[in-house]
Ligand binder design. Structure first.
Ligand code: EPZ
Length: 416
């Protein structure tokens, strides 16, 4: 089990390049199943989840080569229409092969994702949507078995806004017979990125980025080249780390227009932010002020930034209310922060964080991807050494994080 050891108290300073977005790359990799042609991707992040997704696609018969941020995928020889439990259990996003497989091959067997640390996370909306498009679906021995001669366009209403639900059905609808309308669809920038890639492949999609997406199915899709958008959550994570440590950093290869609520909250906490082109600059002097947060679907404050801001609030001046409305168990980082001296009370999906003037380093354990980012930020501000265990969670979603943080002056090292 690998660990990270961090000596806290050093303000982050310097410049860091933001990698391609994990949550854009994963669905776009699955789009390779929709065509016999080649999908040429660039700015693909070097992440554990991207490697897992590539392994899954290769074992289905996709040829997929990756080097230095490019990935070339070709679905011409797909011959296994299954996503096995041992792959799905480590990465919930594997569910994203379901829509493309049924759309192009008329059949799929995809393991139900187990629960995960941040909640039960069912896939009932993915299944309901495919059934509305004419798929026959049965659940056998923990697998979703879906069949359809040819999917038909349908009007589908999402009871709950679902990012991968919207993405799965958008891909399924791209090859369906007729028009599909997704109502109460997710508006995340990663949904728009997938739509951009599908349009480049010949799909007819409009309304992506709003709560109503319309897809007119076509007979076939062709290959395309697509550059993965910057990771807004990685960007937010580095900005919060700089704010918490009272530093001054510049992000490059990023986008400010998809981080508005995060930048607003950082400004409210006392950070001075300048944006321009593909750069965001943040300066913070003195102690941050506490900021109240309420997570909600895009464009509201992102649930994937909640844990990182909890670390900021833990050492801020004042008290903050943090409300998590997306997942029922996304406070796993609270008990670990308490080990570092944080004062946090939890009541259901609400936390009250009373800022303390400093945290004390200790050994803590990562429980999920964004909780581990929270603990890294806490370790960067705590006095003395913090050791974070189970950092495989971190490697799923942050490319070379200790190299990037060291480049910004942090004292951080990986312990085998
Ligand atoms: C995506 O997960 C992201 N993952 C998550 O990022 C992110 O936290 C989440 O969206 C919310 O923004 C990827 O894009 C790969 P949902 P997803 O379907 O699509 C419920 C990270 O840290 N729901 O939008 O799985 C669900 O339980 C990860 O990078 C149903 O009830 O999330 C949750 O409460 C973590 N039935 C809510 O909807 C369904 O069929 C939102 O889930 C689907 C979802």
């Amino acid at each position: 089990m690998q660990k990270l050891a961090i000596q806290g108290g050093i303000p982050l300073r310097g410049e860091v390049r933001i990698s391609g977005a994990k949550n854009a790359a994963l669905p776009i990799m699955c789009a390779s199943l929709l065509t016999r042609d080649t999908l040429q991707l660039s700015n693909v992040p070097d992440l554990h989840d991207a490697a897992t997704m590539r392994k899954l696609l290769v074992q289905m018969g996709v040829t997929a080569t990756a080097e230095h941020g490019t990935m070339t995928l070709c679905g011409a020889q797909v011959d296994k229409l299954e996503a096995p439990y041992d792959m799905v259990k480590t990465m919930r996003a594997a569910i994203l092969v379901l829509g493309p497989l049924v759309a192009r091959f008329g059949e799929a067997r995809v393991s139900l994702p187990g629960g995960c640390a941040i909640g039960s996370r069912p896939v009932d909306l993915h299944i309901k949507g495919l059934q509305a498009m004419g798929a026959t679906i049965s659940i056998e021995h923990g697998y979703i078995h879906a069949r359809a001669k040819r999917l038909k366009g349908a009007r589908i209403f999402f009871d709950i806004v679902s990012v991968t639900g919207t993405e799965n059905l958008m891909m399924a609808a791209a090859l369906a017979d007729g028009v599909t309308v997704l109502e109460n669809a997710a508006r995340e920038p990663e949904v728009v990125a997938l739509a951009d890639c599908l349009r480049a492949m010949g799909a007819q999609i409009s309304g992506d980025g709003t709560d109503t997406v319309t897809i007119t199915g076509v007979e076939k899709l062709h290959g395309a080249a697509h550059r993965i958008m910057p990771d807004r959550i990685e960007s937010g994570t580095f900005l919060v780390a700089a704010a918490a440590t009272g530093g001054s950093i510049t992000l490059t290869d990023t986008r400010a227009d998809i981080l508005e609520t995060v930048l607003e909250k950082l400004t409210e906490a006392g950070a001075r932010i300048r944006t321009g082109g593909d750069r965001i600059h943040l300066e913070m002097s003195g102690r941050p002020r506490s900021v109240n947060l309420r997570t909600a679907p895009y464009p509201a404050f992102p649930t994937d930034m909640q844990a990182q801001f909890m670390a900021l609030n833990a050492v801020a001046d004042g008290s903050a209310m943090v409300v998590e409305t997306i997942f029922e168990n996304r406070f796993m980082h609270v008990q670990e922060l308490r080990r570092l001296g944080a004062q946090i009370a939890v009541e259901g999906n609400t936390c009250v964080v009373r800022g303390v003037d400093h945290l004390e380093g200790a050994t803590v354990m990562a429980t999920d991807l964004r909780a581990s980012a929270c603990l890294v930020i806490a370790g960067l501000v705590a006095r003395g050494e913090t050791v974070i265990d189970r950092i495989y969670h971190l490697d799923r979603g942050y490319e070379h994080i200790e190299a990037k943080l060291s480049q910004l002056g942090a004292n951080i090292r990986r312990i085998k």
